[in-house]
Every structure is written in C-alpha cells, then in structure tokens.
Design a protein around this ligand. Structure first.
Ligand code: NI
Length: 180
C-alpha cells in the first residue's frame, strides 16, 4: 500500500502537460497505477490523475466500488484506469454540476461539462478500450483528463459566484451535506 501526498492547487506541477505513456507498459507505470488506486481510495476520491501525485504520465483512475462518502448522491462507478485517454464529446448537450478535487481541498464549484463523451484509452493491461459515457461518469472523466493538460476545475467555473468552501455552500443550501 502506497498512499502518496496529493499536490494542491498552486503547486506548479499541477499546471504541466503530462506525457504520453509508451507501450508496453513498464513496471514504473504499473507501480503508478497501484499508487493512484491506493491514494484515491485512502482519500475517498472519485478519481485521481497521475500529476496529482507528482507523476508526469498521462494516466488517470476513477470509480468507486461502493457509495463514495465525498459524493453520496453519485452513482457507483466501476474502477477504471485510462492511459493516454482521448475524449470527444458526443453531441452538443452540456451539464452543469458541482465538482470538488483532492488538489483543491475544502472547496466546491459549479462547472459545465459535456453531457456525453466518447473516450478511447489503454487500460492497465495495455488493451485499447472505448466507452461512451454519460452524466456523472462523463463529468468525472472530463475532470480527470483536464488534470493531464494542467487544468484544474476552478479554471472552468460556470460562474465565480458558484464557488466556495464546502461548509459555507452546505450552510447556504447550495449543496447537500458532504465531507470535503
Ligand atoms: Ni481533480
């Protein structure tokens, strides 16, 4: 078990563009996937991207095997590893919803994302996968893939008025009670 420190907004590494992973997958990448999984689970994240734990590679993990205490109203999503992911919107529908990030602790903000996306990537076994995602899962993947391009959710706020400390947003009734 290797729970890593999660870098916080303001750390310059989070603004870097991550590098493509080469095939076949190296022992370094396999170890990175274990660290991402351990760290995401220890912190109850809905997802985690390699740059958040100081790794330069285009790798993300997301999903929860059980209801997530940080996102109690979200559906359960199977754990998925995406290596070198490529996203394309399906159609032009958008969804606006609240997001948090382990690199932006204690804060939530409202972000507009594509409603549906097509994602192509390599999985942890080096196999190419393609999925059509909708709703919350599509949101999580767009958020995680943004990390690979050095983008954090506060750069994508739908409105600066819909951004704040989780506690205050709960007190004001904008979001439901949830740990940060
Ligand atoms: Ni994040």
């Amino acid at each position: 078990m290797s729970v890593k420190e999660v870098l916080r907004m303001g750390h310059p590494f989070l603004r870097k563009v991550a590098q493509p992973v080469k095939e076949p997958l190296s022992a370094e990448i396999q170890a990175l996937i274990v660290d991402l999984r351990d760290t995401m689970q220890a912190r109850n994240g809905a997802g985690l991207a390699a740059p958040q734990i100081g790794s330069p590679w285009r790798v993300v993990i997301y999903g929860t095997g059980s209801p997530n205490p940080r996102y109690p109203e979200a559906p359960i999503i199977r754990e998925t590893v995406l290596i070198n992911p490529v996203l394309e919107p399906i159609g032009s529908d958008a969804q606006t919803g609240w997001e948090g990030c382990l690199s932006v602790p204690g804060l939530r903000g409202e972000v507009t994302r594509w409603q549906r996306v097509d994602v192509r990537a390599m999985d942890q076994n080096g196999n190419m996968i393609q999925r059509q995602l909708d709703g919350f899962e599509a949101r999580v993947v767009q958020h995680e893939c943004d990390h690979l391009d050095g983008v954090l959710f506060p750069q994508r706020l739908a409105s600066a008025a819909k951004f704040g400390y989780t506690e205050e947003l709960v007190n004001s009734g904008l979001i439901s009670a949830t740990p940060s």
